[in-house]
Design a protein around this ligand. Structure first.
Ligand code: IVH
Length: 644
């Protein structure tokens, strides 16, 4: 099987761990260790050259606080500052020497003072001009910039290598470094490397005033300069640039791993100067890693309110994109099987946006000897009943309606903010209520008495009274919330509102036939089947009779209101295309009810674009700007995100 390609951050994290281990146990360093690869090209293959001026690397910042500290230090030395922000291109630095406007030498960064002379290879990169567009070129001039491999080239190259049974490159940066050290310039030329220039060193009489002018000048004399540069007058503007590109970078055809912030005034740059290792006038604000490796300690099984068994990876905790992650979802049986997990494996976890972390891969090469394979259980871990594993479904289910996990899940759903919104009934109390048998169905909540709540651990009279009041108040909640709270499959917040508008009471839904439900605009056959199926179960019929008898709203008493969870507070949304399940007006109302604003056109200020059928140019624009797009099938999840 082809060796999987590790993402940059996963490779880096493993490499760092190896370096630390080798420092601790130097006797264990083997000649084939990846750390021994550095400088592995036999000496003499490329000649060494001393750089006219050293190539520094950049200090890293990882959050706004570190950026503020950097600004404070610089301000103390030279006063107020304006910045140029550039994308930090993930490739390899090159130093290009020109004499009287003609390219005479290309060198790698090396250790910063000496690099390798790779002129023949550098000359194959088309965006490195062999002759500059300059009328009176100076006797010498040096340009620095980043050689990089566009992502499509990287993918093609790795594909070809895998086909030829050669090991693929771990990431585009390694591919660039490997390519530049090729002995045959023809091979380099076939690899289609590219180059962005970012610094220019000139004899003193040519001096320019600002970094931003320098970049424009580089472009004017024939270099490719990254177009996404921006002058920022303060740190707030820098942050806006950083935030924008943290998302928008995913649409670029090359990799960037951060923002480089440089003091714009070159005279101030000179006054700020350098520390031992870094310029004081520039800093790299790195994006947090979204993918990291960690060790799989165990796999636990969660049983949800629908009886679905979700395998969850219990992990050695790692810091990932700002939070400590110790659990990640493995989704379902199919995903678990395709990962072929073993206890003790190094797994790759990923966090995308605000979504819960997931396990996206495993590194089988690092599997401990004798490790035990992880499989889905045949019995429900909560109630012990045999689970259902249908071939056509990836989901494994517990079918026991009295399974405590299912009961807990249905109570949790009923009391949640979007449903009956009963406050004070947290996870621990629900657990005890079900465990002690006080609550076996939703209806039992309405039969609870103060004395019974008192028996629960750590529940005082005041909290118990409050809970009972909240339960009593919930009887007046609008009718659509009751439909939603029942937890019928496929009936999320949106569908509950649609059903409530068509059926003024629970009895009328119960009496409706499949065709009548499926004919409702926005419902359709799959949802209608789920509704019919739910009402056909005797325990559910008993439940609605009890709810009705206990005084819970089971009919239309006032205009329906969709859930007020205000998940979209302060967000701007744009709608494009037509929706089969909802009218434009209903969708706009839902957004407003959740605190969001609807805007007519897409801009960098748009937070989400809701995409129906036959979307217009708004979708293309959103994709170009990297704005998250929500398609119609994802609407339920979007308006009500269920937790792991
Ligand atoms: S400025 C003294 N600008 O990031 C100034 N570097 O550790 C040094 N890089 O080695 C570099 N994009 O290879 C600068 N727009 C950019 C850059 C950039 C990528 C690389 C460069 C450097 C490393 C920083």
């Amino acid at each position: 099987m082809a060796q999987p390609t590790l993402s940059d951050s996963v490779y880096d994290a493993l490499y760092r761990e190896l370096v630390e281990l080798e420092q601790k146990f130097p006797d264990l360093v083997t000649p084939d260790s990846p750390t021994q690869r550095v400088g592995a090209t036999p000496a003499g293959q490329f000649s060494t050259v001393a750089h006219r001026l050293p190539l520094y690397s950049l200090e890293n910042a990882f959050d706004y606080g570190e950026m503020q500290a950097w600004q404070e230090r610089s301000r103390r030395l030279v006063g107020d500052l304006t910045y140029t922000c550039e994308l930090k291109i993930d490739g390899a630095a090159l130093a290009l020497s020109y004499e009287y406007g003609v390219l005479v030498r290309v060198a790698t960064r090396g250790d910063g003072t000496q690099g390798e002379e790779i002129t023949a290879n550098g000359r194959t990169i088309r965006s490195i001009p062999l002759r500059l567009h300059l009328d009176n070129p100076p006797p010498w001039l040096e340009v620095r910039g980043e050689a990089f491999m566009p992502l499509n080239v990287f993918e093609q190259l790795n594909h070809a290598r895998i086909t030829a049974a050669e090991p693929p490159f771990a990431n585009p940066r390694n591919a660039v470094a490997g390519t530049l050290r090729q002995l045959d310039a023809k091979v380099v030329s076939q690899r289609h490397l590219d180059f962005f220039a970012y610094t220019l060193h000139l004899p003193p009489e040519f001096a320019l005033g600002r970094q931003s002018e320098m970049l424009d000048f580089l472009s004017a004399i024939g270099f490719r300069v990254n177009p996404h540069r921006q002058v920022c007058k303060d740190l707030a503007a820098v942050q806006a640039y950083y935030d924008h590109w943290q998302t928008a970078r995913h649409d670029l055809p090359y990799l960037t791993d951060g923002t480089v912030i440089k003091v714009d005034d070159l005279e101030l740059q000179a006054r700020l100067g350098f520390t031992q290792k870094f310029p004081r006038w520039a800093i790299a604000w790195k994006y947090p890693a979204l993918e990291l490796p960690t060790r799989l300690l165990a796999v636990t099984i969660q049983v949800g309110r629908t009886g679905a068994l979700t395998p969850v990876a219990e992990l050695e905790p790692v810091q990932l994109a700002g939070t400590k992650v110790s659990r990640a979802t493995l989704h379902n049986r199919d995903r678990l099987a395709s990962l072929d997990l073993h206890l003790g494996d190094q797994v790759i976890i990923r966090k995308a946006g605000e979504i819960i972390p997931e396990v996206v891969g495993v590194i089988p090469e690092l599997r401990p000897i004798g490790a035990v394979a992880v499989t889905m259980p045949d019995h429900c871990p909560e109630c012990g009943s045999v689970v259902q594993k249908l071939d056509q479904e990836a989901v494994t289910r517990c079918l026991n309606p009295t399974c405590p996990a299912i009961v807990r899940g249905s109570i949790r759903h009923w009391v949640s903010r979007d449903a009956l919104d009963i406050q004070g009934l947290g996870e621990k109390i629900i657990y005890q209520l079900v465990e002690t048998g006080l609550v076996q169905t939703i209806a039992d909540l309405y039969r609870l008495e103060l004395g019974q709540l008192f028996q629960l651990e750590r529940l005082g009279e005041k909290s118990a009274t409050k809970i009972l009041e909240a339960i009593a108040r919930s009887k007046q909640q609008p009718w659509s919330r009751v439909i939603y709270g029942l937890g019928i499959r496929h009936v999320g917040a949106v569908n509950a509102v649609i059903l409530a508008e068509h059926f003024p009471s629970l009895d009328l839904i119960a009496a409706a036939n499949l065709e009548a439900i499926a004919a409702i605009h926005g419902i359709g056959i799959e949802i209608a089947q789920a509704v019919i199926q739910w009402f056909s179960l005797p325990q559910n019929q008993a439940l609605i009779a009890q709810l009705s008898a206990l005084g819970i709203t089971t009919r239309q008493t006032q205009p329906t209101h969709p859930p007020q969870n205000r998940l979209l507070e302060g967000k701007t949304l744009v709608i494009t295309g037509t929706f089969t399940r909802l009218s434009r007006e209903q969708l706009q109302q839902l957004i407003k009810d959740q605190g969001g604003k609807v805007s007519a056109s897409v801009s960098s200020k748009t937070d989400y674009v809701l995409v129906g059928q036959n979307p217009g140019s708004k979708l293309t624009k959103a994709e170009n700007l990297g704005i998250p797009c929500v398609h119609e099938p994802e609407l339920d999840q979007f308006f009500h995100i269920e937790e792991l």
